[in-house]
Design a protein around this ligand. Structure first.
Ligand code: SF4
Ligand code: SF4
Length: 143
């Protein structure tokens, strides 16, 4: 009884055990894995991250005219394995893992639209490959 009273008094004057999330972030343990952050200016567009991602949470689409790639990341598919971070070339270091496990997203490709994006990622890269091949054939002098 006396011990309980002592504990009650102690708790009355100590800091609360709960945090005012999301205004105060919870402390993360060392090595905590979170969402993937992409630093576009550092990217060398090697597409290794797309290749190694187990659930296909990273997809690149390619513009058929400029051949430029666009990075897409689906945080709902990501399993936080960090394979993409490890695959990203040392010189680039365009990917990193933040400690946050959730983040609101306004990406229009989330949910069902992601399946259409996956197809577009394949189709656009294939189309660019064909365009480049055709251009090379045109440029090759005929015997
Ligand atoms: S952490 Fe894993 S699942 Fe998430 S994007 Fe990178 S490779 Fe894919
Ligand atoms: S692995 Fe790194 S450098 Fe290569 S495409 Fe992905 S983010 Fe860019």
């Amino acid at each position: 009884m006396f011990k309980a009273l002592l504990n009650a008094l102690k708790n009355l004057f100590s800091a609360p055990a709960t945090l005012n999330y999301p205004f105060v972030s919870s402390p993360k343990h060392q090595g905590a894995r979170g969402l993937i952050l992409f630093d576009e200016p550092k990217c060398v567009w090697c597409l290794k991250c797309e290749e190694v991602c187990p659930p296909g949470a990273i997809r690149f689409t390619q513009d058929r005219e400029s051949y430029a790639y666009t990075y897409h990341y689906n945080p709902y598919l990501c399993i936080y394995c960090a394979e993409c971070v490890r695959a990203c070339p040392d010189k680039a270091q365009a990917l990193s893992q933040c400690s946050e496990l959730s983040r609101p997203t306004s990406d229009p490709f989330m949910n069902d639209a992601w399946f259409a994006l996956e197809k577009e990622a394949e189709d656009s890269k294939e189309a660019v490959k064909e365009l480049k091949k055709a251009k090379k054939t045109e440029e090759t002098p005929q015997p």
